[in-house]
Design a protein around this ligand. Structure first.
Ligand code: G6P
Length: 496
């Protein structure tokens, strides 16, 4: 097949399930804002999604679910065991992930991982080049695929390429640590438009390029001035800089191509989350859940991947601190922490899980009663309907990431509270903090700051608290994932 619009992401938006008894394979669409937003664009444009099917057993195109079944054309790129270890666990998640999240754990720089990253990116680029029709639009997603735009441009000068980074981009000083910094930047600059969630990330990217001698310009208008001095809130998407790069397609010496760099804060399918929260089944489930949890005065919840960036340990320690100091009474509080398993073979992820579980059990040992633990901890995924019921009945949502590109849990929580109930404690180090400005902000590196944000949420005047939630609810309703995708694609179209 050939496609006019191609999304390239490390993961496909369908999950492959193998029945443990019969060995039968089936596919289920994986939930996620990105696919919801892009499905209409893919369907209207003869689109395809290229990605890894999520297991190291090889999958052929014939094995994939048909477009009728999954609602879109999916094209597999296989990873074998070594690719999984060196490209996925290694360079993507033990080098770039910690480097981009400001060294919460030390990044590892391994030459073999880098070589494997180059090879796998080449495989993604080759698959894309074979599928994209003449003049197609290709949208490459995230840090696992930094080199794809550059590799693709070498093969296919006719196509229009976008790149979006879903995680933070670090400051120039940190990024300089990467032994392959030039290659990663050059690969990314193969795109026509490069997008980030926040102005900080976009500024870091442009500063890095400038420091390495690239020709970077920022617009001379008011928005750009506010971007440069850091005073503008990125309510809307915005192109904030332009980079001139050599144009290999043009024979004329010194000819350049312009790469636009912009801020496009991602969001969720707000209407869908709201509808789910207001469905009678969800409301009944929320009610029952609260009763099962002992109908506490305060239900505090966290919903995350089990990742050291999420600050799960930090929020639990803050709750423990509030209990130890008597500022919260054990009989008034229940905490639910859902932490879905992630990247489990990596040492730092195992250590995070162990630390979290140690603190959960210490709090329960000290403050639980028979039949009534204080912290309800779950280390597996829950159906989305159950997560929304949990959001709906949660009084205080704890989003205390040490660093996070956006954090969609914060937005989902807000979207589940159209009546203005609830309260959000939000880390200032999340992208979401640039839009959900009415949250109880905290600095998760400072335990006392999390404690204070929780206490403010328990003590503020209800009318003021309601207004905060309603303001944030409006923000999330007016800026959903559709508008995010549309604004990025509109920029990309303009470059054609
Ligand atoms: C983050 C990244 C995504 C990634 C997701 C899940 O949100 O930005 O690119 O897919 O985490 O991580 P995983 O390693 O399971 O794909």
């Amino acid at each position: 097949m050939s496609a006019d619009f191609v999304v390239v992401a490390n993961r496909l938006p369908v999950d492959r399930n193998t029945d443990p008894t019969t060995g039968e394979v089936s596919w289920t669409p994986s939930p996620g804002g990105l696919v919801t937003a892009l499905r209409p664009v893919l369907q209207a444009n003869d689109g395809a999604w290229i990605g890894w099917p999520g297991s190291t057993s090889p999958v052929t195109l014939e094995d994939m679910p048909s477009a009728e079944e999954s609602g879109l054309h999916t094209i597999p790129v296989n990873l074998d065991d070594e690719d999984f270890e060196q490209f996925y666990e290694g360079f993507s998640n033990a080098t770039l992930w910690p480097l981009y999240h400001d060294l919460i754990v030390p990044p590892r720089y391994e030459r073999t991982w880098w070589q494997r990253y180059e090879q796998v990116n080449q495989r993604f680029a080759d698959t894309t080049a074979a599928i994209a029709s003449e003049g197609a639009t290709v949208w490459v997603q995230d840090y696992q695929l930094h080199l794809v735009p550059g590799l693709l441009r070498k093969q296919r000068g006719d196509i229009c390429i976008g790149f979006f980074l879903h995680i933070p981009f670090p400051n120039a000083e940190l990024f300089r640590q990467l032994p392959w910094r030039e290659e990663v930047l050059q690969g990314t600059l193969g795109a026509d438009v490069v997008g980030f969630h926040t102005q900080d990330s976009a500024r870091n990217f442009l500063d890095t390029l400038r420091a390495l001698g690239y020709d970077v310009s920022t617009d001379d208008d008011e928005d750009a001035a506010e971007f440069i001095n850091g005073s503008r809130l990125p309510e809307e998407s915005l192109i904030v800089g332009r980079v001139a790069v050599p144009n290999a397609q043009h024979s004329e010496a010194g000819s350049t191509r312009t790469v636009r760099v912009g801020v496009f804060p991602i969001s969720i399918d707000s209407a869908q989350v709201q509808a789910q929260a207001l469905a009678p089944e969800t409301m009944a489930e929320a009610h029952q859940l609260r009763a099962r949890l002992g109908s506490p005065k305060w239900l505090l919840s966290g919903v995350d991947r089990m990742d050291y960036t999420k600050g799960i340990l930090h929020r639990l320690l803050a709750v423990e601190q509030l209990l130890d100091s008597g500022r919260l009474k054990a009989e008034d509080v229940v905490v639910v922490q859902v932490a879905t398993p992630s990247r489990e073979r990596l040492e730092e992820y195992r250590a995070t899980r162990e630390e979290v579980e140690r603190v959960v059990s210490r709090i329960n040992g000290n403050y639980g009663q028979l039949g009534r633990p204080l912290v309800h901890y779950i280390h597996h995924g829950l159906p989305f309907e159950e997560i929304v019921a949990l959001y709906a009945t949660t009084d205080i949502m704890l989003v205390t990431a040490l660093k996070d590109g956006m954090n969609l849990v914060a937005k989902e929580y807000v979207a589940s509270h159209s009546d203005g109930s609830g309260a959000l404690v939000l880390s200032e180090f999340t992208g979401a903090a640039t839009q959900l400005t009415q949250a109880y902000m905290c600095n998760p590196h400072d335990g006392e700051s999390i404690c204070e944000a929780i206490l403010s949420a328990t003590s503020e005047d209800p009318t003021a608290q309601r207004q905060r939630m309603l303001d944030m609810w409006n923000q999330v309703q007016n800026n959903d994932v559709d508008s995010w995708a549309a604004s990025f694609l509109a920029e990309l179209k303009e470059t054609k």
